[in-house]
Every structure is written in structure tokens, then in C-alpha cells.
Design a protein around this ligand. Structure first.
Ligand SMILES: CC(C)(COP(=O)(O)OP(=O)(O)OC[C@H]1O[C@@H](n2cnc3c(N)ncnc32)[C@H](O)[C@@H]1OP(=O)(O)O)[C@@H](O)C(=O)NCCC(=O)NCCS
Length: 339
């Protein structure tokens, strides 16, 4: 068993519990065949997605986030009163403001917590985890709820077959705790790297609806307030950036890809996931995939996968877990967790 050293720049932060929530409604590839010119065969071979979840009428991002949060708190054995910080990573907030994290704070009754959102698209959960780690490291906060939650069905152009087959709704959460004695604990965050390249922002974005391009009666029919993506270009950058980020996070932890027990990559496309596994040298049986069931839930993919891996017994004491994500911005991040 390889025990990575404790980073001297950080006190020990652990993932003390995880939770996730997926809405009940399932939208299959067969359903999509009735909505746009596509086929189960195309979607399955090009993406690996078979079905995705869609939020119920009236169910918002904060509703899903709050449910994932309750499950994470239960698994971490903490109460809402114990939380002193809530960070929600999302690109589909309930509204511009207040932050979705404030709405979650109210829904779960976490009166002692400060709360704010982070917008880093599909890398949002890992960005939020690192921000939480910094808060914990300064001694400022001890028990932090980090959530990735998305209602992407509200941002999808359901007439665009290039994008509508890819995305889904859901939420995942983790409770991060400061460990004072500096000892080794399961779920220890060992290293994190993050990156951004704003010059490529145009390749994946929701161009309208914000201050730069408010939706007006004149431009509403152009569907500018939905997801626009250059799929092929995004694909290439996703593979390159996620490989480099993984290698950097492992090097920072003093580990090699062969030490990785479980790779949990952002769930966007099975071809991206396979390419990363191949380049890093992590075989498919050590790679977690639930993309077939949920599609791409942006900031929620990593915490949902982490929660499913933990609950299904795939995380054991001594395991080295490699998390890696890539998303609009572009943004990317990778974290090594010692379980
Ligand atoms: C989106 C993605 C699945 C498209 O796969 P691709 O192999 O690159 O396919 P292309 O975009 O080149 O399109 C190939 C053809 O399939 C067609 N096509 C696109 N979507 C289709 C669909 N749902 N059903 C059937 N055909 C489709 C295209 O129109 C194109 O047809 P043409 O050759 O006649 O022009 C892929 O590029 C991808 O996964 N990109 C990265 C996505 C991602 O990671 N996004 C999030 C990052 S967080």
C-alpha cells in the first residue's frame, strides 16, 4: 500500500461523507429519437450515453443540491448546525442571485454557514473542493459542504441534436472536514491542480442571457440562452488537459498512474474517458463510469460518481483515487484522494 506524504502547505482535509441525488424521470436515447434526428446507435457509439435524468416540473437546482447535501451530511454524521461553509458549483443556478448556495443553506437549515457559488462549469466541483480546502487550511472554517448541482435540461436547446443528447440533471455533495491532529484519515485530499484558458471560452458556452447579451424579444428565437459547443475542438482539449492535470496531481502527491486504484473522470464521453485511461495507463476496470445512466451533469458528475463508488464499496482504506475534470472556460482540475 502506498501512503502519499502529507502536503506541508496544507493541514489535513478529508472527505468525511458523500451524497447524491438524481431526479426520477429517465430520458432514454429511444425517447430522443422522437425529438430530434438521431439514433440510439449514434449516441451510444459516439458518446456512451444510454439515458439521462431530467428534473421534475418545478424542481430546481437548489432542490436537488439540498437533497444531495442531506445525504452527504448523514453519511458524514454531521448536522446542518455543524456546517460553517457551503459552496455550490453550478452553471445552472436557480437565478442570477441570490447564489444557489444561499437557497440550499435555507433549505437544509444550516444557520451557521456562509454560502456562495462557484462557476467553473464541469470542473466546478474540484474548484470548489480546493477553495474549501484553503478555507479549512487557514483555520477559518472546519466543516464545509461542497456541492456540484445542475439542471442542464433548462439550458439545453432541445432542437439541437449536437448537444441535447449529451446532458442531464443531478447533484452530488461532499462534506469536507479539518483534521486537527494531522493524522492519516480516509478520504484525505492529498493534492490538487487547477487550470484555466479563457481564450477558448467561445468553444463551449451559453452566449446569451447574461449582461453581454440579454435575451430580448428580437433575439429570443436564436436560442442564445442555451448551450453552444464546438464538440470536436472541445473533445481534443478535454483529453489533453485532463491527462496533463492528472499527471501533475499525481506528481505533486509523489505517486504514479500505476498507484491509482480508482480513476473517477468527468463523465462527458466514453471516448474521452478511454483516451485518458489509455494515455495514463489506468485500465478500464480501475475507471469509474456511470455516464451511460446519467449523461453529462457538468459540475455534478464527479461528486455523483464519488458517492456511487463509495456506497457500492469500490473505495477501500488505502485506495488512491484520482479525480479529474474539464469544462467550459476552459477550466480543468485534478485531485488525488487517499482513501
Ligand atoms: C459532441 C460529440 C459527441 C460529437 O461527436 P463527434 O464524433 O465529434 O461528431 P461531430 O460533431 O464531428 O459530428 C459528426 C456528424 O454527426 C452528426 N451528429 C451530431 N449529433 C448527432 C446526433 N445526436 N445524432 C446523429 N448525428 C449527429 C453531425 O451533424 C455530423 O454530421 P455531418 O458529418 O453530416 O456533418 C463529441 O465531439 C464530444 O463528445 N465532444 C466533447 C464534448 C464534451 O466533452 N463536452 C463537455 C466538456 S465538459
Amino acid at each position: 500500500m502506498t501512503t502519499p506524504p502529507i502536503d506541508p502547505d496544507f493541514c489535513v482535509t478529508t472527505i468525511a461523507g458523500t451524497g447524491s441525488y438524481l431526479p426520477e424521470r429517465i430520458l432514454t436515447n429511444a425517447d430522443l429519437q422522437h425529438m430530434v434526428d438521431t439514433s440510439d446507435e449514434w449516441i451510444t457509439t459516439r458518446t456512451g450515453i444510454k439515458e439521462r435524468r431530467i428534473a421534475a416540473e418545478g424542481q430546481s437546482t437548489s432542490d436537488m443540491a439540498a437533497e444531495a447535501a442531506r445525504r452527504a451530511m448523514e453519511s458524514a454524521n454531521v448536522t446542518a448546525d455543524d456546517l460553517d461553509l457551503i459552496i455550490v458549483a453550478t452553471v445552472s443556478p436557480d437565478m442570477f442571485f441570490p447564489a444557489t448556495a444561499c437557497l440550499v443553506q435555507d433549505k437544509i437549515g444550516a444557520r451557521n454557514a456562509i454560502a456562495f457559488d462557484i462557476s467553473a462549469a464541469c470542473s466546478g466541483f474540484l474548484f470548489a473542493m480546493q477553495v474549501a480546502r484553503h478555507f479549512i487550511n487557514t483555520g477559518n472554517r472546519r466543516t464545509v459542504l461542497v456541492i456540484g448541482a445542475e439542471k442542464l435540461s433548462s439550458l439545453v436547446n432541445w432542437d439541437d441534436r449536437n448537444t441535447c443528447v449529451l446532458f442531464g440533471d443531478g447533484a452530488g455533495a461532499a462534506v469536507l472536514k479539518r483534521i486537527d491532529n494531522g493524522g492519516d484519515q480516509p478520504g484525505r485530499v492529498v493534492s490538487t491542480v487547477m487550470g484555466t484558458d479563457g481564450s477558448l471560452a467561445h468553444l463551449l458556452r451559453v452566449p446569451g442571457g447574461g449582461a453581454a447579451c440579454p435575451i430580448t424579444p428580437d433575439n429570443a428565437d436564436q436560442r442564445l440562452n442555451t448551450i453552444h459547443m464546438e464538440g470536436r475542438e472541445t473533445f481534443k482539449h478535454a483529453v489533453t488537459r485532463m491527462c496533463h492535470a492528472s499527471e501533475e496531481a499525481l506528481a505533486k502527491a509523489g505517486l504514479k498512474a500505476s498507484d491509482v486504484t480508482l480513476l473517477i473522470p468527468h463523465q462527458a464521453n466514453h471516448r474521452i474517458i478511454s483516451a485518458i485511461g489509455e494515455r495514463l495507463g489506468v485500465p478500464a476496470e480501475r475507471t469509474f463510469v456511470n455516464l451511460d445512466r446519467y449523461g453529462n451533469t457538468s459540475a455534478a458528475t464527479i461528486p455523483i460518481a464519488l458517492d456511487e463508488a463509495r456506497r457500492s464499496g469500490r473505495l477501500k482504506r488505502g485506495d488512491i483515487v484520482l479525480l479529474v475534470a474539464f469544462g467550459g472556460g476552459f477550466t480543468w482540475a485534478s485531485s488525488v484522494i487517499a482513501w
